[in-house]
Design a protein around this ligand. Structure first.
Ligand code: FEO
Length: 178
């Protein structure tokens, strides 16, 4: 049985991960309005990952005999002043999530819920990658500045991110012509 304090915090984390999904879908929509379809695609792939993160916590609580409680999601930002601001927000958001994973790890240790540690260690490693990627793209955007061809090259590069196999967010999964 999962520790109650940890279960409550993991329910909060399901909300955080679902909000991450929503934030990245909002960024997807923004990038489409800027005709940066590669960045939109990258954000959509990221949104898929966030949904799977939420489900990892969802399944973990269930598997441990706890009750999942879905909480209200917060209002989202839908407009950004610049491409740089979107990537700045992405980097800051991932740092926020890393902080939440650290808090969960602390609670698991304080409550001696060692069964949760392997999963939380997986999330720590995942956050290392997510922060590093967001930071790298942000720094590249800063280097490029107002150079339009540089932006288009980066957009093409980010558009090459592979969609996770079987993702429901892949347009091929719901295309009426498929
Ligand atoms: Fe699920 Fe990007 O943290």
């Amino acid at each position: 049985m999962i520790n109650e304090r940890l279960r409550n915090s993991m329910n909060e984390q399901i909300k955080n991960e679902l909000e991450s999904f929503y934030i990245y879908m909002s960024m997807t929509a923004y990038f489409h309005t800027r005709n940066l379809d590669g960045m939109a695609h990258w954000m959509r792939c990221q949104a898929h990952e966030e949904m799977t993160h939420a489900m990892k916590f969802f399944d973990h609580i269930n598997d441990r005999g706890g009750k999942v409680v879905l909480l209200n999601l917060n209002q989202l930002k839908t407009v950004w002043a610049s491409i740089t601001e979107v990537w700045q927000d992405t980097y800051e958001h991932e740092q926020f999530i890393t902080g939440k994973i650290n808090e969960l790890t602390t609670i698991a240790r304080e409550e001696k819920d060692y069964t949760s540690e392997p999963m939380l260690a997986w999330f720590s490693k995942e956050q290392l990658e997510e922060e590093a990627t967001a930071c790298k793209v942000l720094e590249q955007i800063k280097m490029i500045g107002e150079n339009q061809s540089g932006i288009l090259m980066l957009d093409r590069e980010l558009g090459a991110r592979a969609f996770p196999p079987g993702s429901a967010l892949d347009p091929a999964a719901y295309s009426v012509t498929a």
